[in-house]
Every structure is written in structure tokens, then in C-alpha cells.
Ligand binder design. Structure first.
Ligand code: NDP
Length: 448
């Protein structure tokens, strides 16, 4: 084992020991540290100054009780989290996730990834993430509102427009952000851009709703272009049917691709004619129903129980946009056997390490989440700029900035991969490019 491998090995052992029972966090740290081997060889100062040991430890972790009263008058208690991971290049920035699977390890993995993603956008934002094990599914409007108010009654004292600016993630969309913002304003009396993803009538930015999905597709276009390909007439499979999935499907369709399958946690729909996105939007965004209902309106389509099966659908391009570790080695092998040419991650860490290896060793073009789904947070940073300037940019203006940002992220990621001897490996390129900016800032700011 070389000296840099030894350092990585020791750091990982430390992470596992200090953060027991947090497998997703270990997985996220392992992926980044493994990529940094050539950086450690060239820059021993990052080890000597403790940058590596500091970057894997959150600056602050907040856990709190979230009590609320359900419609039957019973008191419910959930747990809230905010992990403020790294503020070296700007205020903490990252979404809030409301899902029953949420725990500290999941929030830490997401917060850690967010440091590098935010750095890649080129905008001044640090990394953080938060959420709760609250399940919005099946709850009434009143219950969701009371939960959000209770959550913010504690969170407000830890955030601020120049401190920490949360946004949405799984289970937190425009409705939840509205309730959270209302309560923040009530608690503090401040009208500031403390949350992003706000409604357009109270400081939200055009394109923020579409940004992660659109950005993902802009990134793929760049990746395909560099390989003398494009999206026209490609068959696309997209997991999930939430915010990221819907707008990835919309932009892919606009660029000439045909999306044939989408899913939720119950199962997936397959429509050889191409998914009708208006139906998906109505079911998911307006009526908050399950994806299985799609087949009632489109008899030529089929619903299949179980979300994992979506990866057996033959396609040219796969966009995992649901959740972490949704593509395992077996699914990846099936996708390769079916001739997939590109995989781009809309969700955070949707491919297991084994799945990533399968794609890379079979020359599948692979776009990692940190780079490919950074359009959402980048547009959130544009929302912060507009709030700070008390102005609103047009749809085309924000969209054009988003396109430039995604293009820059692709170029930067690909160039850094080349510079460090890993041509075409965007996982390594994204991790190194994201890390270098933060690490240099940490060096400059001293041991704090
Ligand atoms: P939404 O809540 O809008 O949608 C999530 C979708 O994924 C739903 O269709 C949901 O189905 C499905 N899903 C969630 N958990 C599971 C699971 N355990 N198994 C199968 N399906 C599941 O979330 P978003 O679209 O905002 O987020 C999706 C992914 O994108 C997440 O990984 C998130 O971290 C990432 N992301 C989001 C950004 C954003 O701007 N929103 C920015 C960058 C990344 P069901 O309704 O049945 O639960």
C-alpha cells in the first residue's frame, strides 16, 4: 500500500469509528477519498494542515424534537436535523428532506456531498443538509402545515440569509417551503431570502422548480456532445416521478428524446409510445396520487409492481432520479446487457459503488450526482442573488445562466479528470475539482 493509500485507509477507519451505524455517510466519504489519491500525492500540504481530517467532520450537527398535533388530536413527535458541514466558501446551503428513512447518517452523507457539489457550481455556497423522519405521504394539508411550523420553530435560530439557507429535497416542495418560510418570518420578523424554492409571489426565482431536472439534461447534452452524440431519438428511462424526475423528463422530451418509463416507490409505468408528462404532472403535482393511476388514463401503458424493475427496461439513457442506492450491481449489469450508453444521476448517490464500477468498466458514459444534479442548488444561489438585489430575472435569463453553469461544470470536471490522469472519469474529476476549491479556501483561512 502506497503512502497516500495508507492515509486514506486511516481516515476511513477513523470515519467509521467516530460515526458508527452510518453506512451511507461512510460510502460517500469513501468515494471522495478514493478519488483524492492523486491529489494527496501532489499536495501533501492538505494532509499536513489537517484539511482532510477537518473536511470529513461537520462543523455543526443540530438535532431537535418536532412535536405536532395530528387531525385526531394526538400528539406526534418527529426528529429534526440540520448538519452544517462546511462554510469555507459561503453560507451553508442544501435541502431539507422529509422522509421516514431520514436519520443522522443520511443527512450527513447528503451534507458531505453538498460541499463538493456547491463548490463545482462556481458560486459562493458552503455545504449543509437537513430534514426529518416525518412522512408527508397521506397527511392532510393542516397536518403538513403544523409539522412545518413546529420544525421551523426550532430551526429558525440556526439559519439566516448569510448563515445557512435551506431548500427542498425529497418530500419538501413548494408547499412545504411556503409553510416553512411563513413560520420563519413569524419567528424572526425578517423578510429575507432564508429559504430557496419559494413561491414566485414572495421571492422565488423562475426556473428553480425546473432547475435540477433541466440542469441534469443540460449536463447530459454536454457529455453526449463531447462523445459526438446527442439526445435526439434516444430512449430514456427515469426513476422517480418527483421534482427532479418530472423536469428531467420535460427537458429530455424537448430535446427530442422519448421517455418510456417512470416510477415511484410502489412501482413503475412503461409506455412504449412515450410517457405523457401532463398526466404525470397532474397525478403527482396536483392530485398527489400514485404513479400506478397513470395506466388508467393511458391503456397502452403498463404498471409493474416494485420500483427496482424499472432498471430492466431497455434504454439508451438512464436517469436515476429517486433516491440513494437505487441501482445496485445486478441492475447495472442488466442495464449494460440491454445496451445502455449513458447514465446520469439526478438523485444523490443513486448508484452503489459496485454499480458505478460496472458502468465505468463497460464504457458507459457516467455522470455523477455531484456534477450532474448541481443545477438545483446553483439556481437556488441565483435565487439568493435576486433576493439580495431585490429583483427578479426573467425565465430566459435564469435558464441561460443555468445552461452556462452546467456547461462549465461539465468542462471543469472533464478537464480536471484529464489533468489527474483519469481521462473520461467524471466521478474522479468532480470529486477533485470540488475538493480543490474548498481545500485551498480552508488552507487560506487557517485552522478554524
Ligand atoms: P420528490 O420528493 O419530489 O420525489 C422523489 C421521488 O422519488 C418520488 O417519486 C418518490 O416516490 C421516489 N422515491 C423516494 N424515495 C424512494 C425510495 N426509497 N424508493 C423508491 N422511490 C423513492 O424528491 P426530489 O425529486 O426533489 O428528489 C429526488 C432525488 O433528487 C433525491 O435523491 C434528492 O436528494 C435529489 N436532488 C433533489 C434536488 C432538488 O432540487 N429537489 C437537487 C439535487 C438532488 P414516492 O412518492 O412513492 O416516495
Amino acid at each position: 500500500m502506497g503512502a497516500s493509500q495508507q492515509i486514506i485507509h486511516e481516515l476511513l477507519a477513523e470515519v467509521v469509528k467516530r460515526n458508527p451505524n452510518e453506512p451511507e455517510f461512510h460510502q460517500a466519504v469513501l468515494e471522495v477519498l478514493e478519488s483524492l489519491e492523486p491529489v494527496i500525492e501532489r499536495h501533501p500540504e492538505f494532509v499536513e494542515s489537517g484539511v482532510l481530517r477537518r473536511i470529513i467532520e461537520p462543523e455543526r450537527q443540530i438535532m431537535f424534537r418536532v412535536p405536532w398535533v395530528d387531525d385526531d388530536g394526538h400528539v406526534q413527535v418527529n426528529r429534526g436535523f440540520r448538519v452544517q458541514f462546511n462554510s469555507c466558501i459561503g453560507p451553508y446551503k442544501g435541502g431539507l428532506r422529509f422522509h421516514p428513512s431520514v436519520n443522522l447518517g443520511i443527512i450527513k452523507f447528503l451534507g458531505f456531498e453538498q460541499i463538493f457539489k456547491n463548490s463545482l457550481t462556481g458560486l459562493p455556497i458552503g455545504g449543509g443538509k437537513g430534514g426529518s423522519d416525518f412522512n408527508p405521504k397521506g397527511k392532510s394539508e393542516g397536518e403538513v402545515m403544523r409539522f412545518c411550523q413546529s420544525f421551523m420553530s426550532e430551526l429558525y435560530r440556526h439559519i439566516g440569509a448569510d448563515v445557512d439557507v435551506p431548500a427542498g429535497d425529497i418530500g419538501v416542495g413548494g408547499r412545504e417551503i411556503g409553510y416553512l418560510y411563513g413560520q420563519y418570518k413569524k419567528c424572526t420578523g425578517l423578510y429575507t431570502g432564508v429559504l430557496t424554492g419559494k413561491g414566485l409571489t414572495f421571492g422565488g426565482s423562475l426556473v428553480r422548480t425546473e432547475a435540477t431536472g433541466y440542469g441534469l439534461v443540460y449536463f447530459i447534452e454536454e457529455m453526449l456532445k463531447a462523445n459526438r452524440q446527442n439526445l435526439a431519438n434516444k430512449i430514456v428511462v427515469i426513476s422517480g416521478s418527483g421534482n427532479v424526475a418530472i423536469y428531467a423528463a420535460e427537458k429530455a422530451g424537448q430535446l427530442g428524446a422519448k421517455v418510456v418509463a417512470m416510477s415511484d416507490s410502489d412501482g413503475y409505468i412503461y409506455d412504449a409510445n412515450g410517457i405523457d408528462l401532463d398526466t404525470v404532472k397532474r397525478l403527482k403535482e396536483v392530485e398527489r396520487r400514485r404513479i400506478r393511476a397513470y395506466s388508467k388514463y393511458h391503456p397502452t401503458s403498463e404498471f409493474f409492481e416494485g420500483s427496482q424493475g424499472i432498471w430492466s427496461v431497455k434504454c439508451d439513457i438512464a436517469l436515476p432520479c429517486a433516491t440513494q442506492n437505487e441501482i445496485n450491481e445486478e441492475s447495472a449489469l442488466k442495464m449494460v446487457e440491454n445496451g445502455v450508453m449513458a447514465v446520469a444521476e439526478g438523485a444523490n448517490m443513486p448508484s452503489t459503488p459496485e454499480a458505478v464500477k460496472v458502468f465505468q468498466s463497460n464504457n458507459v458514459l457516467f455522470a455523477p450526482a455531484k456534477a450532474a444534479n448541481a443545477g438545483g442548488v446553483a439556481t437556488s444561489a441565483l435565487e439568493m442573488s435576486q433576493n439580495g438585489m431585490r429583483c427578479s430575472w426573467t425565465f430566459d435569463e435564469v435558464d441561460s445562466r443555468l445552461q452556462d453553469i452546467m456547461k462549465n461544470i461539465y468542462n471543469q470536471t472533464s478537464r480536471v479528470a484529464d489533468e489527474y490522469g483519469c481521462e473520461g472519469n467524471l466521478v474522479t474529476g468532480a470529486n477533485i475539482a470540488g475538493f480543490l476549491k474548498v481545500a485551498n479556501a480552508m488552507m487560506a483561512q487557517g485552522v478554524v
